[in-house]
Structure formats: structure tokens, C-alpha cells
Design a protein around this ligand. Sequence first.
Ligand code: FES
Length: 253
Amino acid sequence: MLLTVTDIRNLAPGIWQITLGGEFPYETVKSGQFIMIRIGSSREHILRRPLSIAAVTRENTTIVFRVVGQGTKWLSERQVGDQVDVLGPLGRGFPNPPADAKVLIVGGGLGVPPLYLLGKTIQSETAKVDIVLGFRTEQDCILTSELSRLGHLVVTTDDGSLGMRGTVIDAVANLHRSGRSWEYVYACGPLPMLRRLKEYFSDQDVKGYVSLEEHMACGVGACHGCVCPSEDGSLARRICINGPVFPWNEVSL
Ligand code: FES
């Protein structure tokens, strides 16, 4: 379907936010789901790019992405009023926690945008939300003020230029030592971060869900280009249709 760019802005060096309006099943969108955007109008960039949904209203949806190549550069050059060809919403999103559950949300870098929609979605379920976000430097920080309105927020940067110096795992351990505990953990970010987070909670009675980022060609389960092994290695899980959100004990990270 064709959607129209209603807003485009630069959030941080190389990171852009685009809001799209037009005919789209906004009311069916679940946090963690993604859309596939067709890049360009020629056959030059034949593949669509998967982009996770950062926000949705009844009239529009917002995505955030980093410019990493020609395709995302093209996308960052769109202007208000331009049309883009979109497929979606796709994939399996985050399940909501039970009412009043103690929730921890952990995001790293470009893994943060889908967690903003998650935070907004679970706002009505529970007020017991801790949020830990990690970035390389202050310059790379995105959506921190928006997420600070959805829970108790801790920001970490690798160089200490904003918030705590260290990793999200350090910050989670600090919170834990200070007496916080959680029943549900939701995370999105680089694979090593997800792996360490899963390890950290491995001896605790916590339900964890991770959103995996992967290069996708078709986005609908047809090409097997996005496969990851299940925890016991017996199953190949396709991230685009079985995920991108998985219970963390269902996949090998
Ligand atoms: Fe083609 Fe997942 S992207 S099967």
C-alpha cells in the first residue's frame, strides 16, 4: 500500500524518524511488529527494507532508522508529501504483561524505537516499569525523553557522556542490587546485549522476550533468509514470521 510522508526529522547523527499517513490498519499494530518499505522506484534497490514500528496512532505510524547504505539514504531524503510503498504490519510482536506485573524494558541503540511503542502499549497494564537504555555516546541517544514518561528510566553510555558510564547490564545489575526485581523483561538491541541479558537472568524466575534484528529479504516467510536456531538447535525459526519477538528461552542467542 502507498503511504504518505507526513513528517521527517533527524533525531541524531545518521538517525532519522519518518511518520507515514494514509490507508493502513493502524488499529491492528502490535509493539514489536515491523513494516517493509520498498526503496526507490527503479529496480536498483529491489529489496524492501524491514523497519520496526516506533509509534502508531489512528492516523499514522512512525519509524526510526539509521542510514547505513544507499537504501536508507534514499529513505532519509524523502520529503513531506512523498509516497512510499509499504507492506505490513508484519511479524509477531511483544505480548502484554499481566496487570500490575513488574516490568523491565532494556534497549540498546537502534533497538530502542520498538520499545517506545511497547512502553506506551503497556502503560495501561502496569505502572511498575523500569527502563534501561544504552547508547555509545550522548550524540546517539534517541527517544530518551519520550521513554522517561513511561517508567523509571536509566540511561547508560559507553563513554559516560550521558547518564551512567557502562553497559545496560551494569545498570540492570545496579538496579537489582538496589532491591528492584522484575517478573517480565522485554529487550531489543545488539545480539551480544541480548545474550548477556538472558545469561544475567538465567537463574531467576523471570519471563523474557527479545526482539531480534535480522536482514530480511521477503519479510513474509518465503525466502528463509532470516533463520535463527531454536534454543535446542532442533528447529529453524524464521525471524520475519515466527518473530521478530521471541520468548528468550525459545531461541539460541
Ligand atoms: Fe524471507 Fe524471513 S525474510 S523468510
